[in-house]
Design a protein around this ligand. Structure first.
Ligand SMILES: [Zn+2]
Ligand SMILES: [Zn+2]
Length: 391
């Protein structure tokens, strides 16, 4: 996923722009990139969409305040690797929200929980809520995966603002009863249809179901009641992890609401491919090329392993494609002791560039074996010297 562009940049305005400036800039850019004016232009279409998304957030003062403070994470659009601030790009160092305890569905739910009325009466009635889970993507090398490692992390959390205690109101002031819904958080509307009169009720749009509105916002959290704080933890990665390993660090996720327990932190491990070894579970594979003579006569070869060089005995008569196994020189098994093997795939080189003397020696060998070969020119005249070693 391409990194998300800053919404202000998308709209071509600065961070202090007024609502009016934002609207004007949006209108003029939207005209420019409108699909009707740019038929078939994919780039313009993307720009148009991006504009709409940016405007959607910045035109709404509450959403804008959330965006200013928490970046794309506040919009639920940062993508799985976008937290914090939508810096984007997969890999190390990115935290992201998990919408629920089970699947990592993005942070749409979190957005509504923090900024969209989730703290209102309806949820208050539901009682304590478990905090959201967080995801952290950790990229490591194969050597680190073999040894295990410790990594210090600052986990960004959104916590109640310590100044206003999470109320969002300036200390010493109180939220006021919402005049639109009389404090109930719900509004009734009556619809007349030919079939009769329908009364529906839904959350009040003015207070977003809270029943209260903040008259004087807390200056420290801009009335959001929430601030960002880093939570320092030391992450311990055991030896033997692989790409796809998921480590759970209990209660290191977002704090709970209304006395609920915190969520968990899930660390998703990605092990970079190695330039020498290919990994298959706990086994490592390696190709080793040997000369024709080495394969035929046998040899002792120095072979790289994760723990340094080791000696591999190549038996006489080793065929191309033979797999030789170095027991216990693979990756450690995750959490159950022992290690896999290092499997060496033997490849036999057929030499292509030989000196004149090498050609003569090989021709002598072929003669001895009775193999019909293309003889080097003048070989028969030299054969005596060659075999007596005087060449
Ligand atoms: Zn505050
Ligand atoms: Zn209201």
């Amino acid at each position: 996923m391409a990194p998300k562009r800053d919404y202000y940049e998308v709209l071509g305005v600065d961070r202090k722009a007024s609502e009016d400036d934002i609207k004007k800039s949006y209108r003029s850019l939207a005209r420019k990139f409108h699909p009707d004016h740019n038929p078939g232009d994919k780039q313009a279409e993307e720009k148009f969409k991006e504009l709409g998304e940016a405007y959607e957030t910045l035109k709404d003062p509450q959403k804008r305040a959330g965006y200013d403070r928490f970046g794309h994470a506040a919009t639920g659009r940062g993508g799985p690797a976008g937290w914090p601030g939508g810096a984007g790009g997969p890999g190390q160092g990115d935290f992201s929200w998990s919408g629920d305890a089970g699947g990592f569905s993005g942070f749409e739910d979190i957005f509504s929980m923090f900024f969209g009325g989730g703290l209102g009466r309806q949820q208050a009635r539901r009682g304590p809520q478990r905090g959201a889970d967080l995801r952290y993507d950790l990229e490591i090398g194969l050597e680190e995966a073999a040894k295990g490692l410790e990594r210090e992390l600052d986990v960004p959390r959104i916590v109640d603002c310590p100044i206003c205690g999470g109320s969002g109101s300036k200390p010493g002031t109180r939220p006021e009863k919402c005049p639109d819904c009389g404090g109930s958080g719900q509004v009734r509307s009556v619809r007349r249809t030919p079939l009769g009169q329908f009364v529906t009720s839904g959350p009040c749009s003015r207070c977003e179901g809270r029943g209260e509105i903040i008259k004087e916002p807390c200056p420290d959290c801009d009335g959001l009641g929430k601030v960002r704080r880093n939570h320092h933890i030391v992450l311990s990665v055991p030896p033997g992890v692989d790409t796809g390993t998921r480590l759970r660090i209990g209660e290191a996720g977002q704090p709970g609401l209304l006395g609920g327990p915190p969520g968990d932190l899930y660390v998703y491990v990605h092990v970079r491919p190695h330039k020498v070894f290919e990994r298959d579970g706990a086994d490592l594979h390696l190709e080793r090329r040997v000369g024709f003579a080495q394969a035929t006569l046998g040899a002792e070869l120095s072979i790289p392993t994760l723990g340094g060089e080791t000696i591999l005995k190549v038996p006489a008569g080793t065929q191309p494609g033979t797999r030789l196994r170095l027991k216990g020189k693979g990756m450690p098994h995750l959490r159950r002791g022992g290690s896999g093997d290092l499997i060496v795939h033997m490849a036999v080189d057929v030499p292509t560039r030989l000196s004149a003397r090498e050609k003569d020696l090989l021709a002598a060998y072929a003669t001895e074996r009775g193999e019909a070969v293309t003889m080097p020119e003048g070989f028969l005249k030299r054969v005596k010297d060659i075999l007596s070693g005087a060449g």
